[in-house]
Unconditional design. Structure first.
Lengths: 280, 380, 335
């Protein structure tokens, strides 16, 4: 009977994973389709990749997006780390409730509202102090940073909560001042969390359509905006090619990262076992 | 050759009126909201002591230690080391170091780097750091593990890294938070003596927090028993065990039998105590602070009671008759629960000197319990 | 020998060693000035750590809402910026405050908006429910699979999340359209004569919603299911419960925190979602995020768009507060 139940669960999981992967796989397969119609296979061809490389608009947009993503992920990681430390390590301070609220809210806030409100802010600021001058990369970057800080703060927060606080106390006990301790102890220990925070921010920034729709200017079109305006009109094979490239790069990156992490973890476990065995 | 006795001098600075305390805690209180974790604690600790703060969980011992280290600020009161007020000084400037319960060894640094960390923060020169680290490693016998990362060490080795890391700073006072709690029993016993040895060699004042009474008894020069944020008693291990001043201390350290009674008569050498729990009167040594008619508790440790199946000759005082309800064989000794006619249970332990004794006391035996008046303690 | 064993002697020796070192902290070291500097350093440090993120979020997250709220009380005009100001000097002497609630009244009166709000809630609710069912099966399966393949399966769940959201929606457009892969397949095997209209229907929205939000449901469910003590199931079986009973009376109640977290992570963003309804949704099935977008970009009615945003916010605050309340209670219970 137990095996029968397992069988149901396995079937369910199989369908689930098929549901997750078949659409992506089909999308990738049809990027190699010769015909303009992306839904019926004719013959193998790389012509859509070539078309993609010749499309300056898409390439420019991709470069702008990458630039924004790198800058905003970096700044969001710095600010988010500070926020995470403030949330976990400072037990009480004035306005902590509002602070922790501000660190969660952007995550649950519909992006249409965040985008709309940021646009209003930029318009008002431009009127008052003349900055930012119009909308473009700066405003998109600010919007992305604001959105990503929250995610970094949450990741850092959970890492810090799992970390033995006495490590920082020990450093202080041994004569380390607060700022030294940050660089000697805290940051090295939360480096993995910082990396995942940065990567998540980078991905979120590269992926954002809605915030960018509100706060971008005519001179700065990001890649998602280009894709969005293109696919609104229907399916187009060069987008399939683009998607295949993006998914391929991401998948390879993640698989390598997971493999490396797994290897490191195994070596770590082996060391611990050896240390214990040696003691006996 | 020096005379042998000199080696075993056991200085007791706390008995010397001219000796000044090295660490002085004056009416320190710590409150967390409504909860008082440490309640007006006064403590004087002398140079070279190995002082234990002993108590159950939540008794305030760890909080007191953290106040000394500087991680908590006292709500009231102050404390001095070597005559200097330390209350306002941040942890990184105190001449005090701590060995954490979790050891708190920096996982991303090698053993060497861990030990060097505090020295570097003091701005010592590189060769100086190197020599001191080597000294420290030698002290805890970890020289060959200098390059290892913490996760490549066993629990006992990690404990020694933590100890060396704190000691190389030559603190005036070393604070140890449950230093042996994470080790298994065998290793704990061995490490206990190593710790005493190191303390003796360096002469640094140690303050140890522990919940383990055996550990406290073995290690310390003096013990402070804490309960609910207050210090119940301070004294040498012998004092604490043999002369508990309160019911709490008496029950917390080892086990004890307490008979409730009233002082009936005061003689020249002793007092006679009448108790409803015993058939005969109890005799205790004379004490000028005890008056006739006073309600007191007469306490006696289980191992100080003599248990026998033969009826003793004299039965005027300190002789109880009862039935063995339960007994437990522990190996080196056996523990008996004896029920008196009044219903009172008395715990007795006696060593198993002979194997397979024919006259072994067993269930439902009628036994007689006797003890010397000098072995009792009066608890008010 | 003797000197080393005697404590007092040993002391003076240790003391002598230390006095020569620069580390020795003598009594004079701790001046009041030093203390002041220390507390200053600590305060600056705290100020920086708290201040930078606090100011950033106040400036770029909190303050903008004040603007949204303010503009929602203004009137739309053709100007730059396209709304009236709330406070104005009349004749240069009198201060007049003009609060216009017309935008909110319009939202209440016009069925169009009410229907859009209700439709958003309905679609988000159904999508969450579907995610829960599929997600639970998958999370349960992963949590119960062998430890060695568990991480691989989990990675497979997370992987699509790292690829572009937009492209995941796009993948379904190719499947669902009238000349899409599904219709072509069904036509080819003769199952249907005419393409089924799937694109631009609620069905398409549900499929894509579930597809894009599924990882958000699986992850919190998995983390509670994985932590669950298997001996509880054995105890339940040992006490005579059938597998189904065990599942309903032990597994489901204990995974409640994961269920709630997963549902919130799907439901809240789904209500305000814009990309999915505008790419695969039908014109008659309006969702609120899309409406806000259209009101702002197509009609350039800033005040009305702001009012839509404020109301949407209120819709979302309620479930979020419930969630917070529930998780606070949970913590209270288990800590």
């Amino acid at each position: 009977m137990n095996s029968k139940r397992n069988y149901y669960i396995l079937t369910g999981m199989g369908f689930g994973f098929a549901f997750l992967y078949i659409p992506i796989l089909l999308l990738m397969v049809f990027s190699f389709n010769e015909a303009k119609v992306t839904t019926r296979w004719s013959s193998f061809s790389l012509k859509w990749y070539q078309a993609l490389l010749e499309n300056d608009a898409i390439i420019n947009a991709a470069l702008i997006s990458l630039k924004i993503a790198v800058i905003s992920a970096t700044i969001a990681t710095i600010v988010g780390v500070l926020a995470g430390i403030a949330l976990v390590r400072f037990k009480k301070f004035k306005g902590k409730t509002l602070f922790s609220g501000l660190m969660v809210a952007p995550m649950v806030m519909p992006e249409v509202i965040t985008g709309l409100s940021l646009l209003f802010l930029f318009v008002a600021m431009e009127e008052l102090i003349g900055w930012p001058d119009g909308r473009g990369m700066t405003t998109i970057t600010i919007a992305h940073i604001t959105f990503c800080i929250t995610f970094v703060a949450v990741i850092i927060q959970s890492r810090l909560q799992g970390m033995d606080e006495s490590l920082e106390e020990a450093a202080m006990d041994l004569g380390g001042r607060p700022i030294r301790i940050l660089f000697d102890i805290t940051l090295p220990l939360i480096t993995p969390a910082m990396i995942s925070g940065w990567l998540l921010s980078f991905t979120l920034s590269l992926d954002d359509v809605i915030l960018a729709s509100f706060v971008s200017g005519p001179s700065s079109t990001t890649l998602p905006l280009v894709i969005f305006s293109k696919i609104k009109l229907g399916i187009s094979p060069d987008i399939n090619a683009l998607a295949t490239l993006i998914i391929g790069i991401v998948a390879i990156g993640i698989v390598i990262a997971a493999w490396l992490m797994n290897k490191k973890e195994k070596a770590y476990q082996r060391d611990i076992q050896m240390a214990v065995a040696q003691n006996e | 050759m020096e005379p042998l006795e000199e080696k075993y001098i056991d200085p007791q600075p706390w008995l010397d009126k001219n000796e000044k305390p090295f660490l002085e805690i004056r009416s320190v209180t710590k409150k967390f909201g409504d909860f008082t974790a440490v309640d007006k604690v006064n403590l004087e600790i002398y140079k070279g002591e190995l002082f234990c703060l002993l108590g159950g969980s939540g008794c305030g011992k760890s909080t007191l230690l953290r106040i000394l280290a500087g991680f908590e600020t006292a709500t009231e009161g102050s404390f001095f080391i070597d005559g200097v007020d330390m209350t306002q000084i941040p942890p990184y400037e105190r001449p005090v170091n701590m060995m954490f319960q979790s050891y708190a060894i920096f996982p991303h640094m090698s053993v060497e780097k861990n030990i060097a960390y505090g020295l570097k923060r003091d701005g010592l020169s590189k060769p100086e750091v190197k020599t001191r680290v080597e000294e420290g490693l030698k002290l805890v016998q970890l020289s060959q593990f200098a390059k290892r990362k913490p996760h490549q060490l066993s629990g006992g080795q990690q404990q020694r890294v933590a100890l060396a890391r704190a000691l190389v700073k030559h603190p005036k006072v070393l604070l140890l938070d449950e230093p042996l709690a994470a080790l298994d029993k065998k290793l704990r016993e061995k490490t206990q003596f190593e710790l005493m040895d190191i303390q003796y060699k360096l002469g640094i004042t140690f303050i140890v927090v522990t919940h383990d009474q055996e550990e406290a008894m073995t290690l310390s020069t003096r013990i402070a028993v804490m309960n609910q944020g207050k210090i119940k008693q301070i004294g040498t291990p012998t004092d604490i065990y043999e002369y508990p001043q309160s019911r709490f201390t008496a029950n917390f350290i080892g086990s004890i039998n307490i008979f409730e009674g009233i002082v009936k008569e005061s003689l020249s050498e002793s007092h006679v105590v009448q108790s409803e729990e015993t058939q005969c009167d109890l005799l205790i040594d004379r004490d000028s602070s005890i008056h006739t008619g006073e309600k007191i508790g007469v306490a006696i440790r289980p191992e100080k009671i003599h248990l026998s199946r033969e009826e003793p000759d004299k039965q005027d005082f300190n002789t109880l008759r009862g039935k063995v309800l339960d007994f437990g064989y522990i190996g080196n000794l056996s523990v008996y629960n004896v029920k008196l006619p009044s219903g009172k249970m008395v715990k007795v332990s006696s060593p198993n000197q002979n194997r397979y004794s024919k006259h072994r006391v067993t269930w439902d035996d009628i036994v007689y319990l006797t003890w010397e008046p000098a072995n009792t303690v009066v608890i008010l | 020998m003797k000197e080393n064993r005697l404590i007092p002697n040993d002391h003076s020796q240790a003391e002598g060693d230390k006095a020569a070192l620069p580390t020795e902290k003598s009594a004079k070291h701790f001046s009041t000035l030093r203390n002041l500097l220390n507390s200053f350093e600590n305060r600056t440090w705290r100020g920086v750590v708290i201040g930078i993120p606090y100011l950033w979020m106040l400036m770029f997250f909190f303050l903008p809402f004040v603007f949204v709220f303010k503009i929602s009380l203004a009137e739309s005009i053709i100007a730059r910026p396209p709304f009236t100001s709330l406070i104005a000097w009349v004749d240069g002497t009198r201060l007049s405050i003009n609060l216009i609630f017309d935008n909110y009244l319009l939202l209440l009166e016009d069925d169009f908006f009410t229907i859009a709000y209700l439709n958003s809630l309905k679609i988000a609710f159904v999508a969450t429910l579907c995610c829960l069912i599929i997600g639970y099966i998958m999370a349960y399966g992963i949590a119960r699979s062998k430890a060695s393949i568990r991480n691989v399966l989990l990675l497979l769940v997370i992987l699509p999340f790292w690829t572009s959201f937009l492209l995941r929606v796009y993948a379904w457009m190719g499947l669902l359209s009238n000349h899409g892969i599904i219709n072509n397949l069904l036509l080819a095997i003769g199952f249907i004569d005419q393409p089924i209209q799937m694109m631009y229907t609620d069905f398409a929205m549900y499929v894509v919603f579930v597809y894009t939000f599924l990882p958000f449901m699986i992850l919190p469910l998995y983390s509670t299911l994985e932590k669950m003590d298997m001996s509880l199931h054995e105890a339940s079986a040992d006490l005579g419960a059938k597998p189904v009973t065990t599942f309903l009376t032990v597994t489901v109640p204990l995974s409640m925190p994961g269920i709630i977290a997963g549902c919130m992570l799907v439901f809240i963003p789904a209500v305000g979602e814009f990309v999915i309804p505008s790419l695969v949704g039908g014109p008659d099935s309006m969702m609120i995020g899309r409406m806000l977008f259209d009101e702002f970009f197509a009609n350039r009615d800033w005040p009305l768009a702001s009012a839509v945003a404020v109301v949407l916010l209120i819709f979302l605050v309620v479930p979020f507060m419930l969630y917070k309340f529930y998780s606070a209670r949970q913590e209270g219970r288990y800590v």
